[in-house]
Design a protein around this ligand. Structure first.
Ligand SMILES: CC(C)(COP(=O)(O)OP(=O)(O)OC[C@H]1O[C@@H](n2cnc3c(N)ncnc32)[C@H](O)[C@@H]1OP(=O)(O)O)[C@@H](O)C(=O)NCCC(=O)NCCS
Length: 156
Protein backbone atom coordinates (compact mmCIF):
# COMPACT_ATOMS: atom_id res chain seq x y z
CA UNK A 1 0.00 0.00 0.00
CA UNK A 2 1.56 3.39 -0.95
CA UNK A 3 2.34 5.73 1.95
CA UNK A 4 -0.13 8.54 2.47
CA UNK A 5 0.80 12.15 3.03
CA UNK A 6 0.60 13.69 6.50
CA UNK A 7 -2.11 16.09 5.31
CA UNK A 8 -4.37 13.26 4.21
CA UNK A 9 -4.73 12.22 7.85
CA UNK A 10 -5.46 15.64 9.30
CA UNK A 11 -8.88 15.94 10.89
CA UNK A 12 -10.81 18.58 12.78
CA UNK A 13 -12.97 17.35 15.64
CA UNK A 14 -15.67 19.57 17.11
CA UNK A 15 -17.59 19.41 20.39
CA UNK A 16 -20.24 21.75 21.72
CA UNK A 17 -19.31 22.59 25.31
CA UNK A 18 -22.14 21.69 27.68
CA UNK A 19 -22.80 22.62 31.34
CA UNK A 20 -21.39 19.25 32.45
CA UNK A 21 -18.02 20.26 30.89
CA UNK A 22 -17.47 23.30 33.08
CA UNK A 23 -17.73 25.08 36.39
CA UNK A 24 -20.63 27.18 37.73
CA UNK A 25 -18.96 30.32 36.28
CA UNK A 26 -19.60 28.92 32.79
CA UNK A 27 -15.96 28.09 31.95
CA UNK A 28 -14.83 24.70 30.64
CA UNK A 29 -12.48 22.61 32.83
CA UNK A 30 -8.92 22.31 31.48
CA UNK A 31 -9.07 18.55 31.99
CA UNK A 32 -12.02 18.30 29.61
CA UNK A 33 -10.03 20.09 26.91
CA UNK A 34 -7.01 17.85 27.62
CA UNK A 35 -9.16 14.74 27.18
CA UNK A 36 -10.46 15.97 23.84
CA UNK A 37 -6.90 16.80 22.70
CA UNK A 38 -5.80 13.26 23.60
CA UNK A 39 -8.79 11.78 21.80
CA UNK A 40 -8.32 13.79 18.59
CA UNK A 41 -4.60 12.97 18.47
CA UNK A 42 -5.31 9.28 19.10
CA UNK A 43 -7.64 9.21 16.11
CA UNK A 44 -4.86 10.50 13.84
CA UNK A 45 -2.31 8.03 15.24
CA UNK A 46 -4.79 5.16 14.80
CA UNK A 47 -5.69 6.21 11.27
CA UNK A 48 -2.02 6.36 10.34
CA UNK A 49 -0.90 3.12 11.97
CA UNK A 50 -4.16 1.13 11.92
CA UNK A 51 -2.95 -0.26 15.27
CA UNK A 52 -3.87 0.13 18.89
CA UNK A 53 -2.07 3.26 20.09
CA UNK A 54 -1.21 4.55 23.55
CA UNK A 55 -0.22 8.06 24.64
CA UNK A 56 3.52 8.04 25.46
CA UNK A 57 3.92 11.77 26.11
CA UNK A 58 1.86 14.91 26.23
CA UNK A 59 3.97 18.07 26.01
CA UNK A 60 3.36 21.21 28.07
CA UNK A 61 -0.23 22.32 27.88
CA UNK A 62 -0.83 26.03 28.39
CA UNK A 63 -4.21 27.64 28.06
CA UNK A 64 -4.12 31.09 26.42
CA UNK A 65 -7.86 31.76 26.87
CA UNK A 66 -10.82 30.19 28.60
CA UNK A 67 -13.58 28.33 26.76
CA UNK A 68 -17.17 29.29 27.49
CA UNK A 69 -19.99 26.79 27.91
CA UNK A 70 -22.23 26.89 24.83
CA UNK A 71 -19.39 27.49 22.38
CA UNK A 72 -17.75 25.06 19.97
CA UNK A 73 -14.40 23.48 20.77
CA UNK A 74 -12.42 22.80 17.57
CA UNK A 75 -9.43 20.45 17.59
CA UNK A 76 -7.29 20.73 14.46
CA UNK A 77 -4.76 17.93 14.13
CA UNK A 78 -1.62 17.25 12.16
CA UNK A 79 0.65 14.24 11.87
CA UNK A 80 4.09 15.80 12.38
CA UNK A 81 6.54 12.92 12.65
CA UNK A 82 6.66 9.16 12.26
CA UNK A 83 9.41 7.15 13.95
CA UNK A 84 9.79 3.38 14.06
CA UNK A 85 6.94 2.77 16.51
CA UNK A 86 5.96 6.30 17.53
CA UNK A 87 4.17 9.23 15.97
CA UNK A 88 3.97 12.89 16.98
CA UNK A 89 0.60 14.54 16.54
CA UNK A 90 0.04 18.29 16.89
CA UNK A 91 -3.31 19.61 18.04
CA UNK A 92 -4.39 23.25 17.78
CA UNK A 93 -7.38 23.99 19.97
CA UNK A 94 -9.75 26.80 19.08
CA UNK A 95 -13.04 28.04 20.46
CA UNK A 96 -15.68 29.22 18.01
CA UNK A 97 -18.20 31.61 19.51
CA UNK A 98 -21.38 30.29 17.94
CA UNK A 99 -23.30 33.56 18.09
CA UNK A 100 -20.57 35.66 16.42
CA UNK A 101 -18.35 33.20 14.53
CA UNK A 102 -15.31 34.64 16.30
CA UNK A 103 -12.41 32.17 16.67
CA UNK A 104 -10.16 32.20 19.75
CA UNK A 105 -6.91 30.26 20.04
CA UNK A 106 -7.06 28.27 23.28
CA UNK A 107 -4.00 26.00 23.28
CA UNK A 108 -1.59 24.00 21.15
CA UNK A 109 -0.19 20.64 22.18
CA UNK A 110 2.15 17.95 20.89
CA UNK A 111 1.57 14.33 21.77
CA UNK A 112 3.56 11.20 21.09
CA UNK A 113 1.68 7.97 20.55
CA UNK A 114 3.22 4.51 20.34
CA UNK A 115 1.59 1.72 18.36
CA UNK A 116 1.40 -1.49 20.39
CA UNK A 117 0.72 -5.13 19.65
CA UNK A 118 -1.73 -7.34 21.51
CA UNK A 119 0.78 -7.74 24.35
CA UNK A 120 1.26 -3.98 24.73
CA UNK A 121 4.73 -4.02 23.12
CA UNK A 122 5.80 -1.27 20.70
CA UNK A 123 4.97 -2.23 17.14
CA UNK A 124 6.43 -0.85 13.90
CA UNK A 125 4.32 1.67 12.00
CA UNK A 126 4.37 2.58 8.29
CA UNK A 127 6.09 5.77 7.16
CA UNK A 128 4.16 8.81 5.98
CA UNK A 129 5.12 11.30 3.28
CA UNK A 130 6.08 14.84 4.29
CA UNK A 131 6.15 16.83 1.07
CA UNK A 132 4.61 20.29 1.22
CA UNK A 133 6.55 23.18 2.80
CA UNK A 134 4.19 23.09 5.81
CA UNK A 135 4.53 19.30 6.24
CA UNK A 136 8.32 19.54 5.95
CA UNK A 137 8.54 22.39 8.47
CA UNK A 138 6.34 20.55 10.97
CA UNK A 139 8.36 17.38 10.48
CA UNK A 140 11.66 19.20 11.09
CA UNK A 141 10.31 20.88 14.23
CA UNK A 142 8.88 17.58 15.48
CA UNK A 143 12.25 15.86 15.03
CA UNK A 144 13.86 18.55 17.19
CA UNK A 145 11.20 18.11 19.90
CA UNK A 146 11.69 14.33 19.77
CA UNK A 147 15.45 14.76 20.35
CA UNK A 148 14.73 16.92 23.40
CA UNK A 149 12.21 14.46 24.85
CA UNK A 150 14.55 11.52 24.44
CA UNK A 151 17.52 13.47 25.86
CA UNK A 152 15.45 14.46 28.91
CA UNK A 153 14.33 10.86 29.32
CA UNK A 154 17.87 9.46 29.11
CA UNK A 155 19.12 11.96 31.72
CA UNK A 156 16.33 10.92 34.10
C1 LIG B 1 4.30 2.99 25.14
C2 LIG B 1 5.19 1.93 25.78
C3 LIG B 1 4.67 0.55 25.41
C4 LIG B 1 6.58 2.15 25.18
O1 LIG B 1 7.47 1.43 25.91
P1 LIG B 1 8.99 1.88 25.94
O2 LIG B 1 9.72 1.00 26.87
O3 LIG B 1 9.10 3.36 26.11
O4 LIG B 1 9.42 1.48 24.47
P2 LIG B 1 10.65 1.97 23.64
O5 LIG B 1 11.79 2.40 24.49
O6 LIG B 1 10.85 0.88 22.62
O7 LIG B 1 10.12 3.28 22.88
C5 LIG B 1 8.98 3.23 22.05
C6 LIG B 1 8.89 4.53 21.31
O8 LIG B 1 8.61 5.58 22.24
C7 LIG B 1 9.56 6.63 22.02
N1 LIG B 1 9.79 7.29 23.29
C8 LIG B 1 10.55 6.86 24.32
N2 LIG B 1 10.54 7.75 25.30
C9 LIG B 1 9.75 8.77 24.91
C10 LIG B 1 9.33 9.99 25.50
N3 LIG B 1 9.72 10.35 26.73
N4 LIG B 1 8.52 10.80 24.79
C11 LIG B 1 8.11 10.47 23.58
N5 LIG B 1 8.46 9.31 22.95
C12 LIG B 1 9.27 8.47 23.62
C13 LIG B 1 10.78 5.97 21.49
O9 LIG B 1 11.59 6.87 20.77
C14 LIG B 1 10.16 4.91 20.60
O10 LIG B 1 9.77 5.50 19.37
P3 LIG B 1 10.41 5.00 17.96
O11 LIG B 1 10.22 3.52 17.90
O12 LIG B 1 9.58 5.71 16.94
O13 LIG B 1 11.83 5.43 17.97
C15 LIG B 1 5.22 2.07 27.34
O14 LIG B 1 5.95 3.23 27.67
C16 LIG B 1 3.82 2.20 27.91
O15 LIG B 1 3.05 1.25 27.93
N6 LIG B 1 3.49 3.39 28.44
C17 LIG B 1 2.18 3.65 28.98
C18 LIG B 1 1.24 4.15 27.85
C19 LIG B 1 -0.15 4.43 28.38
O16 LIG B 1 -0.78 3.58 28.97
N7 LIG B 1 -0.64 5.66 28.15
C20 LIG B 1 -1.86 6.10 28.69
C21 LIG B 1 -1.65 6.56 30.09
S1 LIG B 1 -3.16 6.67 30.99
Amino acid sequence: MPAHTASELAITMAHVMLPRDGNPMGFVHGGVVAKYIDEAAAVVASRHSRCTVVTRSFDNLEFHNHVAIGNLLLLKTSLNMVGRTSMEIGVRVEEEELTSGRINHIASAYLTFVAVDDKGRPSQVPQALFQTPVELRRNKEAMARRQKRLAKHSHG
